[in-house]
Design a protein around this ligand. Structure first.
Ligand code: ADP
Ligand code: X15
Length: 393
């Protein structure tokens, strides 16, 4: 990475504004997955051990510029305190005199978590005034929020105009792992792309056709390809505006000599619920009033085989509606194959990471990204504003 990291600058005695992504899932005010908090511990501990005053900032949810009690960062502060084994003071705001007074009272090694930065309308607008307010709290900006690096917001990008700006250790790890995988991949390199919407995955499919050897398609996006090929897809998900694009990908794969695989059999169901009737059909056997909901057993085997014979696997998006148990077998099989293969496995955040967790296979993967949208944009080859804003080495 050509950006400076927190290790490249002096931090002792400094007030350090650290942008993290503590946008963790909550149920009834309880954190159900604290991965994003745990993954920032190396940066926070590094700063504590080196005598910095650690001022953490994050967003939570999409409060749209309003103070929303259910999106306060209090549960994250409590959890971080438990993980660090030391008190984490939680501010009620992210800017203003009260926050300044709390910072003035900090000793070296203390940790303060500011309130949700999206409670301020200027955050998502990347308002320079808000960015200046954030900058006025600190001497140094550290961006460790890889999950929000694709957002050009006041606390992820704008603030870097007004302070020395470096990456945190999680940001550095994510960029190094994903960058190395994509720029100099070990081969055979297999990309697995699932999820629901073709439109959201066009750029990544296109990019993967260029750089991967095998591209495996699953999930709801497969049906747009089937329809484009003239198959009956019943009630399955389809993006009718992307039929030409889908055919174009099949053609592009042929021209580039890439192994582009679509499911050969699928699980169809007559209802979107756990009690639905299901059956397994070949792709030309979808009944008009049923919908495709998961990849079938032959496809699971075929995909597992390709994964087994790869050296690098990058996976983004579930193979079926894995949230509902009877439709989770395809996603489970791919997760299991990723766990078993000797290949280096990278999970591109979001739902695929949730699936790996759900099947208790997360610790068998080589890298699970903390960013869903961010890792997708990175894999598409887009520049991430939260990274671009940092100081070059
Ligand atoms: N065959 C399918 N039909 C409908 N939804 C599906 C199907 N396969 C997967 N999904 C859904 O796709 C969602 C995940 O999509 P995701 O990877 O987050 O990205 P996107 O929706 O942008 O493609 C999951 O909630 C899953 O239930
Ligand atoms: O959870 C996040 O996105 P992700 O689910 O795509 O990883 C990030 O915290 C970014 O949040 P946002 O999509 O509201 O900007």
């Amino acid at each position: 990475m050509n950006k400076k990291s927190v290790r490249d600058v002096e931090v002792t005695g400094k007030r350090v504004f650290v942008r993290v992504d503590f946008n963790v899932p909550l149920e009834d005010g309880k954190i159900t997955d604290d991965t994003r908090i745990r993954e920032t511990l190396p940066t926070i501990k590094y700063l504590i051990e080196n005598g910095a005053k650690v001022i953490l900032a994050s967003h939570m949810g999409r409060p749209k510029g309003q103070f929303v009690d259910s999106m306060r960062l209090t549960p994250a502060a409590v959890r971080l305190g438990e993980l660090l084994g030391k008190p984490v003071v939680k501010a009620d705001e992210a800017i203003g005199d009260a926050v300044k007074a709390q910072i003035a009272a900090m000793k070296d090694g203390d940790v303060l978590l500011l309130e949700n930065v999206r409670f301020y309308a200027g955050e998502e607008k990347n308002d320079p005034e808000l960015a200046k307010e954030f900058a006025s709290l600190a001497d140094l900006f550290v961006n460790d929020a890889f999950g929000a690096a694709h957002r050009a917001h006041a606390s992820t990008a704008g603030i870097a105009q007004y302070l020395p700006a470096v990456s945190g250790l999680l940001m550095e790890k994510e960029l190094n792992v994903l960058g190395k995988a994509l720029l100099n991949p070990e081969r055979p390199f297999t990309a697995i792309i699932g999820g629901s919407k073709v439109k959201d995955k066009i750029d990544v499919i296109s990019k993967m056709l260029e750089i991967a050897d095998n591209v495996l398609i699953g999930g709801g996006l497969a049906y747009t390809f089937f329809k484009a090929q003239g198959h009956e897809i019943g009630q399955s998900l389809c993006d009718n505006e992307k039929l030409e694009t889908a055919l174009g990908f099949i053609e592009k794969a042929k021209q580039l000599g890439k192994n582009f695989l679509l499911p050969v059999d699928i699980v169809v169901s007559d209802d979107f619920s756990a009690n639905a009737n299901t059956k397994i059909v070949d792709i030309d056997g979808i009944p008009a009033d049923w919908e495709g909901i998961d990849i079938g057993p032959k496809t699971r085997e075929l995909y597992a085989d390709v994964i087994k014979n790869s050296k690098l696997v990058v996976w983004n998006g579930p193979m079926g509606v894995f949230e509902i148990e009877p439709f989770s077998h395809g996603t489970r099989a791919v997760a299991q194959a990723c766990a078993d293969t000797a290949a280096y496995t990278v999970i591109g955040g979001g739902d695929s990471a949730a699936a790996a967790e759900k099947f208790h296979l997360a610790d068998k993967m080589d890298h699970i990204s903390t960013g869903g949208g961010a890792s997708l944009e990175f894999m598409e080859g887009k520049k991430l504003p939260g990274v671009e804003a940092l100081n070059d080495k």
